[in-house]
Ligand binder design. Structure first.
Ligand SMILES: Nc1nc2c(ncn2[C@@H]2O[C@H](COP(=O)(O)OP(=O)(O)OP(=O)(O)O)[C@@H](O)[C@H]2O)c(=O)[nH]1
Ligand SMILES: [Mg+2]
Length: 394
């Protein structure tokens, strides 16, 4: 093993940043670049926190504390200016440390502490990136239980279980994983619909501030506007898009409106959930063909807005796939609690058991897909072994 260094704190300016140094020569490198405050030489004993300076030759880079976390395992806590962090990283590199990502370094330290399977390692790393506490819990539950336990049980019982049984269990895990991923990594909800239906008003209402411009002019929103909000266990990135109207998309000369239309359609492709906002006070809510095409097969919730105005829209005309509906007035803020509850239901997160075995990385999902299709026991053993001991993908 060689020596590795990584910035463990987030990008940008903060009060402090932490740089981890781990590996064979970590102690030797720290001894070269760190000078203890006072006159005594530094004794880098595990469990100690030392105050001093990091220097490049006779030039002081920063006043820091060094956490001696274990043998050849140190945390340099420096000031949070990215320029200072960059100088320390460059110095460490010149001293022979290999610069890696925080995840890679964490994986190396965890593996050095005790033998750990790849699923458990991926779960520990994902835990740090979860957007909600519940998401962090789902990840934590995969370490000893969850997918890690299921995979070990599959191997133990490989002679008694049929390929069909394992395929069915893998299928269930893959299905639950879709919901788990929304809780762990958050949900991208695109607000779409015809012009003037109240999409921007809804965005502002859900995120609690005037983020998007609202006017009574059709085609107000051009570029998309995004805001993040919490709906209990769900962290939702809301994206307000330009009102979709086939006429606007084909208007000659109006390049900006055309571009806005294209962007809105493109954003729909990335949506985990589509909030289709319609105007209850209009007899006609034109449903753009491109919109219907893009939302086919997606989670869709129809939001019938402007419920404070007399009802003119005949909801019976809507196609079957848009029947899941909730009525609100984004302007008055009525029906919003019901809407957020419906969003959680449509996403399947309401009542989700955090102990369920799930995949939390693309690597795991890919292997479970292969397992579903595996025919022989040898194939199944090889896939499950890869699942437990393969290369890390986080
Ligand atoms: N009465 C009533 N008016 C609303 C409601 N929601 C939005 N409006 C009004 O409808 C008009 C259009 O609202 P926007 O939020 O800009 O609509 P939009 O869908 O974003 O429009 P585009 O960006 O042009 O596609 C504004 O005058 C809003 O004040 C509502 O619940 N009730
Ligand atoms: Mg708008």
């Amino acid at each position: 093993m060689s020596t590795f260094a990584a910035v463990m704190t987030g990008k940008g300016t903060g009060a402090i940043s932490t740089v981890a140094v781990f590996g064979d020569s970590a102690e030797a490198i720290i001894k070269k670049i760190f000078k203890l405050a006072g006159t005594k030489p530094a004794i880098l004993k595990a469990g100690k926190i030392l105050l001093g300076t990091i220097s490049d030759g006779c030039e002081t880079i920063d006043h820091v504390t060094i956490g001696c976390e274990g043998t050849n395992n140190f945390a340099i806590n420096c000031h949070g200016n990215p320029l200072i962090v960059e100088m320390i990283m460059e110095l460490l590199q010149r001293q022979g440390a290999r610069l890696v990502t925080a995840e890679e370094l964490l994986a190396k330290t965890l593996r050095a502490e005790k033998p750990i399977d790849t699923i458990a390692l991926e779960a520990q790393l994902t835990q740090a990136r979860a957007r909600t506490i519940e998401g962090a819990k789902i990840s934590a539950n995969q370490i000893e239980g969850g997918l890690s336990k299921t995979a070990r049980e599959w191997l133990e019982n490989i002679d008694t279980k049929t390929a069909e049984q394992i395929a069915a269990e893998a299928g269930q895990i893959l299905e639950a994983s879709q919901t788990a991923r929304l809780i762990i990594f958050g949900c991208k909800a695109v607000i779409a619909g015809p012009p003037n239906s109240g999409k921007s008003t809804l965005l502002n209402c859900l995120c609690g501030r005037q983020k998007a411009i609202v006017t009574d002019i059709k085609g107000t929103t051009r570029d998309w506007v995004a805001a993040r909000c919490r709906m209990e266990t769900l962290s939702v990135e809301l994206i307000d898009t330009a009102g979709l109207d086939e006429k606007l998309a084909t208007t000659p000369k109006d390049t900006i409106k055309k571009a806005a239309q294209q962007k809105a359609i493109q954003i729909l492709e990335e949506a985990d959930l589509v909030l289709l906002v319609l105007d209850n006070s209009e007899t006609c809510n034109p449903l753009d063909e491109r919109l219907l095409e893009k939302i086919a097969g997606k989670k869709v919730l129809t939001v019938l807005n402007k419920s404070d105005l007399p009802a003119r829209f005949d909801v019976g005309k809507l196609p079957e796939e848009l029947a899941e509906m909730v009525q609100i007035s984004a302007k008055l803020g009525t029906g919003i609690e019901n809407l957020t509850e419906k969003i959680r239901q449509v996403c399947g997160v309401a009542g989700f058991d955090l102990k369920t075995a799930v995949c939390i990385t693309g690597r795991q999902e890919g292997l479970l897909e292969q397992l579903k299709a595996a025919k022989s026991r040898e194939q199944m053993v090889s896939i499950i072994t890869e699942l437990l001991n393969g290369r890390l993908s986080v």
